[in-house]
Design a protein around this ligand. Structure first.
Ligand code: 6R9
Length: 648
């Protein structure tokens, strides 16, 4: 994206100042940037004191063996104690930790005192089942409170959890169980999805025909559906956990005790087991959740719509919010069951004040129509967050107007499984926001954009996003493969962390994310980002969503092929396609005009809502479609192919 002719892409001029009342009472002010830039390690040492340590750390960062970091290494703490017990000890045991809303409409409120009892019981049960400190436990669960309890119980006893998306296949589950060498699997009979029970246990049974180190399977009864039972191996949660004592003394673990492994979906090759540890991870999860969402634990009702199988669920459902004593909503199901207003009904029911969701969801709501959220009372909302992909400016504006009542600041948060916590984001009481930009590295974080030769690019230019200093919640390695950790993240640019994302700095030095560098297109010698063409398309009133890929082309090297989903009111026609091509040409310049535009009903997405462009490239280039195991819905590819005339 070094090309001059594209330097003015995404000319987005709209600006939104933080609301005065929020700015006046914000948890974190502009002073934090200055403080952290003067003394970055001192700043993080201070943030670590948000937590309760059994042994206070005296050392902040050990970077003597880069890229292997140790943070707060001589400190000791218990992560579960920090997320649960200490709030009870501080007199907040009666505060609701989790408002659980099941898809069928069943609900349950769990206070911090109850959560403490349940986590303690689960910890006792894990110990009884033979799990010890240092072991790994696989968690394959629906979005129910027991999933949170299971993760915290592991943390409490010092076993690392490896959460695998409930939607992944037996194959994907087996390879992750094997790679982490998990001893126990925690699962459920099933969960509710799209109005019916969806089984989980059969995938575990099948996975365990392929791996032999798993000793026990702990099964939560959620749907009551029939399950196969392996005597001696399978244990019901309600039998093993509920009879345990509610007393369990949390042991103080080292700050660098492994907390969890989470596999990144990885578009190619073997999935990478990203390893996170305890003290640094919790420090940054807690700090960022407090700073970016401006959480006031006494009054806010927070809701992150992610699945716990995604890193967003780990850091912003479990560890960030609970370490901060938040009251939050946990929703089991899909946004359109039993109706397309389900999310807004939940916001209204619980008086949600902070909502954190993904661009893919926002674009879906746009497609469903403005009239749906308009039927609900959303006036409790005060901060809106976005994560997972670049948010197109038009989706950002829609989110602000139709969900945020044109009053809530939007925080577009850039981070990764590997970074563990938010890295680049506006602060809601400080930043004048720009639709489509994550803007600025948080206090204590160092990020920039470099060119091919690792030179920092000037404002107004694009290149590769890099992180230039270690940060507390950084991944410590790839589980079992230190060399791959070095090769993947620390070898492209000497001494810097290569995130794999393209980015641009605007004239103010604010950062705009442009998508994965593997997705960047090269058309007649020009680098063009998929994100920018997609945003131009979504900027047209007929388009709800789009995915753009570069397909091999004899004359131009790559040609831009766009897949679009139309808004409810629009119909496909040759005139519309021509109009969309011209619209992109006008917005971005003629070079960015898609050669082909294909109208489709769905796009292939991962469970966390990321578009899998690799699969669309296969279609655009007329190849057999590649590995679809991490797709949320594998039938989508057939649907797309069936919709397109053959040979296109
Ligand atoms: C948290 C999470 C990481 C990749 C990342 C980038 C994309 C996430 C983004 C964003 C633009 C944002 N991404 N947030 N791109 N703006 N606000 O998503 O982790 O699943 O590991 O994905 O997601 O491409 O590199 P993970």
């Amino acid at each position: 994206m070094s090309n001059e002719s594209l330097a003015n892409l995404l000319k987005e001029e709209r600006r939104f100042a933080p609301p005065a009342d929020l700015a006046g009472a914000a948890n974190v002010t502009a002073a934090a940037y200055a403080q952290a830039s003067e003394d970055r390690l001192g700043f993080w040492a201070e943030q670590a004191r948000r937590l309760t340590w059994a042994v206070e750390p005296t050392e902040t960062l050990d970077w003597s063996n880069p890229p292997f970091a140790k943070w707060f290494a001589d400190g000791k703490l218990n992560v579960a104690y920090n997320c649960v017990d200490r709030h009870v000890e501080a007199g907040n045991g009666d505060r609701v930790a989790i408002h659980f809303e099941g898809e069928p409409g069943d609900s349950r409120a769990i206070t911090y005192a109850q959560l403490k009892d349940e986590v303690s019981q689960a910890a006792n049960a894990l110990l009884e089942l033979g799990v010890a400190k240092g072991d790994r436990v696989a968690v394959y669960m629906p979005m129910i409170p027991e999933a949170v309890v299971a993760m915290l119980a592991c943390a409490r006893i010092g076993a690392a959890h490896s959460v695998v998306f409930g939607g992944f296949s037996a194959d994907a589950l087996a390879s992750r169980i094997e790679d982490a060498d998990a001893k126990l699997v925690i699962t459920a009979d099933g969960g509710y999805r799209r109005g019916k029970p969806s089984a989980l246990k059969p995938a575990v049974d099948e996975a365990l025909t392929r791996v032999d180190r798993v000793e026990k399977v702990l099964v939560v009864r959620r749907t009551g559906q029939e399950v196969e039972w392996t005597e001696g191996r399978d244990v019901w949660w309600h039998e093993a956990v509920e009879r345990q004592s509610t007393e369990h003394t949390p042991e103080a673990h080292d700050a660098e005790q492994p907390l969890f492994i989470l596999y990144t979906s990885g578009t190619t090759g073997k999935p990478k087991g990203i390893l996170h540890t305890s003290g640094g991870y919790l420090t940054q999860a807690s700090f960022t959740h407090n700073a970016v969402f401006d959480l006031k634990p006494e009054t806010d009702v927070y809701w992150c719509t992610a699945d716990i199988g995604w890193v967003t669920g780990h850091s912003y459902i479990v560890y960030g919010p609970l370490s901060n004593g938040a009251t939050q909503v946990l929703y089991e199901g899909t946004p359109d069951t039993p109706h397309q207003g389900r999310f807004w009904e939940v916001v209204q029911k619980y008086g949600v004040t902070i909502l954190y969701t993904a661009p893919t969801a926002i674009r879906t709501f746009m497609k469903w129509g403005d009239d749906i959220p308009a039927k609900f009372d959303l006036s409790s909302l005060r901060v809106l967050g976005s994560v997972g992909e670049p948010i197109n400016p038009e989706a950002w504006i829609w989110y602000r107007e139709h969900i945020g009542g044109s009053r809530c600041p939007i925080v577009d948060t850039w981070w990764q499984t590997e970074t563990g916590a938010i890295m680049i984001s506006p602060l809601p009481g400080v930043t004048e926001t720009k639709p489509g930009s994550a803007q600025r590295a948080l206090p204590g974080i160092a990020a920039t954009v470099v060119d091919d030769e690792a030179r920092e690019v000037p404002n107004g230019s694009g290149g590769y996003l890099v992180l230039t200093e270690p940060w507390p919640s950084m991944l410590r390695t790839i589980w079992g493969d230190d060399q791959r950790y070095i090769d993947t993240y620390w070898s492209r640019f000497e001494g810097r962390y290569f995130a794999g994302d393209g980015a641009k700095k605007d004239d103010d030095g604010d950062i705009w994310l442009l998508g994965r560098v593997d997705d960047v297109m090269l058309v007649s010698g020009h680098n063009i980002s998929t994100t920018e063409v997609e945003s131009a398309l979504v900027g047209h009133p007929a388009v709800a969503e789009s995915a753009v890929v570069g397909a091999t082309d004899a004359t131009t090297g790559q040609a831009i092929v766009a897949f679009v989903i139309l808004r409810g009111t629009a119909t496909a026609s040759e005139e519309l396609i021509a109009e969309l091509r011209n619209h992109v040409g006008k917005t971005l310049g003629p070079i960015a005009k898609p050669k082909q535009i294909k109208v489709v009903a769905e796009l292939p997405k991962t469970r966390s809502g990321k578009i899998m462009r690799r699969l669309l490239r296969d279609i655009a280039e007329g190849r057999e479609v590649g590995d679809t195991t991490t797709l949320a819905d594998s039938s989508v590819m057939n649907l797309i192919q069936a919709q397109l005339p053959s040979g296109t």
